[in-house]
Design a protein around this ligand. Structure first.
Ligand code: HEM
Length: 398
């Protein structure tokens, strides 16, 4: 039995393929992905907790290029090799230590008024027009400005952040040479933007993410100054498009389930639970790779060291063994132990921030626009093969 992760119909409906895999072949060797694809919740969860599985030292799609073409991407490869989660256990621990100190509940509460102000400004700008295109008019600019603020980038340099983040995607999805060159150009522009800020924060740290990394006096970030530059790109990549997708696809889910939207309007206290269901239902991180550092057993199979695994969080979140009627969008679902933020040693460091941004943004939109409606159907998706998709646009009227 073969399963085509790149078939055009998989973009519109990834779950039909994932459902088939989960029932027919839950531990499936994919020649397309060069790895073992795990789709059952129990197996994906076990994999996240398995100490013998680590994130592979990869430069994504660039690894697959012929040797002579790879040379053209030397700057991008050198930088991606320094992404903390991908380069080694000690580097990963140093990164987590630096960021955990930053992502405390008090930092997040400090950010809340800024997120509220930015949300209000973006809605104000669209108010007179009577409507808004949510992806480009709210979700993307809001989450880009928040991550720019968090990194500590000067306001006037933040405008291209959203474009840079979109271009960085190409390294981790199937992409052509032109896209890869664009990705590399954006990465280099981003590096030029953060370098002077890093230099300034080394002398005078502030309460921002760049300072958290640049002011380390020992370990990975002290010994390898380029790692600070590289991991600013990682943070932009990890924190912007994911949260933007949560906001826009979450709102689309509400608009296409009017009874759930009405329930949420009636009981606004359900917002946190509604956001968990949006994360479970549509997610934003579809799958992650791991490789085995030693022999192990997984999903009833034995594996040698050096095997690649693809943990499909998106499939685990729709496993009927764990989620009753998984295709039902239910904002009251309890319990809802989804894996949208991963689990184990790579668990998302920005989970609480993403939740905060989505809560503030969706709450404000629903409060200010009591008759919010979609302006067009059906939604258009940008395919991110394999298995990913992003809403291209979501026009709404107030
Ligand atoms: C809805 C929004 C988000 C989703 C769905 C999401 C999802 C994820 C997932 C699934 C992982 C684990 C990757 C793995 O298993 O290998 C992860 C890791 C990570 N995320 Fe998020 N994320 C979101 C928002 C954010 C935000 C706002 C930030 C803040 C900058 C962030 C920063 C990170 C970082 C730094 C890691 C790496 C953690 C580590 O390796 O220790 N994420 N995220």
């Amino acid at each position: 039995m073969t399963y085509d992760f790149f078939a055009p119909e998989v973009v519109g409906d990834p779950h039909s393929l994932l459902r088939r895999l989960r029932t027919e072949n839950p531990v499936y060797w994919s020649p397309q992905l060069h790895g073992w694809v795990l789709t059952r919740y129990a197996d994906v969860l076990a994999a996240t907790r398995e100490a013998r599985l680590a994130a592979p030292p990869t430069t994504g799609w660039l690894d697959r290029l012929p040797e002579e073409v790879k040379q053209q991407f030397q700057p991008a490869r050198a930088s991606l090799r320094l992404w903390a989660g991908l380069c080694g256990e000690q580097e990963h621990l140093d990164f987590q230590a630096a960021l955990k100190k930053f992502f405390t509940p008090s930092t997040l509460e400090r950010l809340r008024p800024g997120v509220q102000r930015l949300t209000d400004e973006l809605i104000d700008a669209a108010w007179e027009g009577g409507g808004l295109e949510v992806v480009e008019g709210l979700a993307r600019p809001l989450t880009a400005r928040v991550i720019g603020e968090l990194l500590g980038l000067p306001t006037e340099t933040r405008e291209p952040l959203s474009r840079w983040a979109a271009d960085l995607r190409c390294f981790f999805q199937s992409a052509d040479l032109e896209e890869l060159h664009r990705g590399q150009r954006s990465l280099l522009e981003l590096q030029e933007c953060v370098r002077p800020v890093i230099a300034a924060r080394r002398h005078e740290p502030r309460e921002d993410l760049i300072s958290a990394l640049a002011s380390r006096t020992e370990g990975f970030f002290a010994q390898e100054p380029e790692a600070v530059v590289a991991n600013c790109a990682l943070l932009l990549f990890a924190g912007h498009e994911t949260t933007s997708h949560l906001i826009s696809s979450g709102l689309r889910l509400l608009l296409s389930h009017p009874e759930q939207l009405a329930l949420l309007r009636d009981k606004p206290e359900l917002m946190p639970s509604a956001i968990e269901e949006m994360l479970r239902y549509e997610g934003a991180s579809d799958a992650m790779a791991r490789y085995s550092t030693a022999p192990l057993e997984l999903g009833g199979h034995q594996f040698d060291a050096g095997q690649l695994f693809v943990l499909v969080y998106k499939a685990a979140n729709h496993d009927p063994e764990v989620f009753a009627q998984p295709e039902r969008f239910d904002i009251t679902r309890q319990p809802n132990r989804h894996l949208a933020f991963g689990m184990g040693s790579y668990y998302c460091l920005g989970a609480a921030l993403a939740r905060l941004e989505a809560q503030v943004c969706l709450r404000t939109l629903l409060r200010r626009a009591p008759r919010l409606r979609p302006a067009s159907e059906p939604p258009e998706w940008t395919p991110l093969p394999p298995l990913g998709r992003r809403l291209r646009s979501l026009p709404v009227t107030f």
